[in-house]
Design a protein around this ligand. Structure first.
Ligand code: MV4
Length: 506
């Protein structure tokens, strides 16, 4: 059964290829759009039809609502899948698609707008009884109010822009002496970046993990959660490695986080696939952070473990279909890891490494999936995110998945451009990674240590990071991170099933 005759994919690269594949699996015609920089790109070649939507700068192509809608008119597509990034979380785009008489494959414009405002989403979610990071519910109106709220929740705090998210527009505030200038710079940056300067305060959660719950909701009152993804391994707020399940989430915590995520779905009257992000502290308390109203980059680890095709479900739901999966039918089997393969140079501060791919051999074999957006001979453009593929390895256990990922990374050959593959080889052998013992500072601390070990001076940014890490360790009566052996993290014990650690999340 076909749900739509023809779907336009308003995106590029590996995610456009991923959606085109789902269309083909469902017998639906696919329409690609491409900029001048993407003429001959894999997604444009794979789709049944492809339409040029403008010059290389995304503001004049992939971000142009008018140009995307024009391609929809030219092709006769009756639905639009936005992928992630670009227009995926633009409420105005979702509205414009619906007003043009087409279906937006995603949530309503109202849900996108609600979750796009971190202040409004915090209010809606707290009204539904979901635990969130202690802090302000309303936008701060004065320096005095900020100082009062911050001393109420206790320093250090995070100052966050309501229009921010994903690490954008946030600032660490150690003490009241820093509050005045932090408010001014955060507001000014938010105004420049988002055109809106509302800010709020959250208590700073130390050494958290970033764990998110995948949800599916059909808009007819049915909703399920598909367990969690562990997304703690990040560099500068970019995820690097994700996994499903998390090594620290047992079935009890999963059930409680899943129920909380479904309350967020209710609060947003959410429809389609979405992700509810939580911070999890070292005592395994979890706090709502934000909801991503789109398909995520890392969705494939959930697919590997649940066997559910999230893009197919998105299309079915958008076509008005009922969710035919009940919560008890969601079964998590085995363990999956994703490595984001980037065209970037780890030896040159991770600068993008665009250029012609001279040779390419992607891994395959049992339990390995490579969602790529490139091919040999293709020139990776400089204009866009340099993600070239997402490598996923599945195994019956986490150790099996790690070994498989090591094998897959070793099989991978990319010539002509630099990539971050060599880093994965090292991280996948790191004892703390293998033990599942890490927090959000893992990659930065590891890279800093690795560079000083190689005799390189630290960059100003890395030196600041190291100083902050040392200060935090000192304040907590620990040895600085550079002094090995590091103290054994509480994660090591509390993550273990059967551990008798305190369970305080509610
Ligand atoms: C925080 C936090 C500590 N306390 N909020 C960064 C990305 C964005 N989604 C939220 N982030 C954080 N918010 C409070 N109240 C620490 C981070 C954070 C982080 C979170 C997840 C993964 C990596 C991170 C790296 C640095 C900081």
């Amino acid at each position: 059964m076909a749900y739509f005759d023809k779907i336009l994919v308003a995106n590029r690269g590996e995610i456009a290829v991923r959606v085109i594949r789902a269309c083909r699996d469902l017998g639906i015609r696919s329409v690609a759009v491409y900029s001048d920089a993407d003429e001959g790109a894999l997604h444009a070649r794979m789709a049944d039809e492809a339409y040029r939507i403008g010059p290389a700068p995304s503001s004049e192509s992939y971000l142009s609502i008018a140009n995307v809608l024009d391609a929809a008119t030219r092709s006769g597509a009756s639905a639009i899948h936005p992928g992630y990034g670009f227009l995926a979380e633009n409420a105005g785009f979702a509205r414009a698609v619906e007003e043009s008489g087409r279906t937006f494959i995603g949530p309503s414009a109202a849900s996108i707008a609600l979750m796009g405002s971190k202040i409004e989403s915090r209010r809606a979610v707290s009204d539904h009884g979901v635990a969130m990071v202690p802090g302000t519910i309303d936008a701060l109106t004065s320096d005095d109010e900020a100082l009062r709220m911050a001393s109420e929740v206790g320093y250090p705090v995070m100052l966050k822009a309501s229009a921010g998210g994903g690490g954008k527009g946030m600032r660490y505030v150690a003490s009241q002496a820093e509050m005045g200038s932090a408010l001014r710079t955060t507001r000014a940056e938010a105004r420049a970046a988002f055109g809106e300067d509302a800010v709020y305060i959250e208590k700073f959660i130390e050494r958290p993990r970033h764990i998110e719950i995948q949800v599916l909701a059909d808009g007819h009152g049915r909703a399920v959660h598909l367990g969690e993804r562990e997304c703690t391994i990040q560099r500068r707020h970019q995820k690097v490695i994700e996994e499903c399940p998390s090594p620290v989430v047992d079935s009890d915590l999963r059930e409680r986080m899943g129920r909380a995520a479904l309350r967020v779905v209710e609060a947003a009257r959410y429809r389609n696939a979405g992700t509810v992000e939580f911070l999890v502290d070292t005592d395994r308390n979890f706090y709502f952070l934000e909801m991503n109203t789109r398909l995520q980059v890392e969705h494939a680890v959930t697919e590997a473990v649940t066997g559910i095709d999230l893009v197919v479900e998105q299309i079915r739901i958008a076509a008005g279909g009922r969710l035919d999966i009940s919560q008890s039918e969601v079964v998590m089997r085995g363990s999956a890891i994703e490595c984001r393969v980037y065209a970037e140079d780890p030896d040159n501060d991770f600068l993008p490494s665009p250029g012609r791919i001279a040779a390419l051999a992607a891994p395959s074999g049992p339990g390995v999936r490579d969602d790529s957006g490139v091919y040999a001979g293709w020139r990776v453009p400089i204009e866009y995110d340099p993600l070239i593929s997402k490598l996923v390895a599945w195994g019956p256990t986490r150790d099996d998945a790690i070994r498989r990922m090591r094998r897959a990374v070793a099989e991978y050959r990319i010539a002509g451009i630099r990539s971050n593959l060599a880093l994965f080889r090292e991280v996948l052998e790191h004892p703390d990674f293998v033990a599942g013992d890490f927090d959000t500072g893992f990659i930065d601390r590891w890279l800093a240590r690795r560079r000083t070990a190689a005799g390189e001076p630290l960059s100003v940014e890395d030196r600041d990071l190291a100083l902050i890490a040392a200060a935090v360790s000192h304040a907590r009566g620990r040895a600085p991170a550079n002094d090995r052996p590091a103290p054994v993290s509480r994660w090591k014990h509390e993550g273990r099933p059967g551990s008798s650690g305190p369970e305080r999340s509610r």
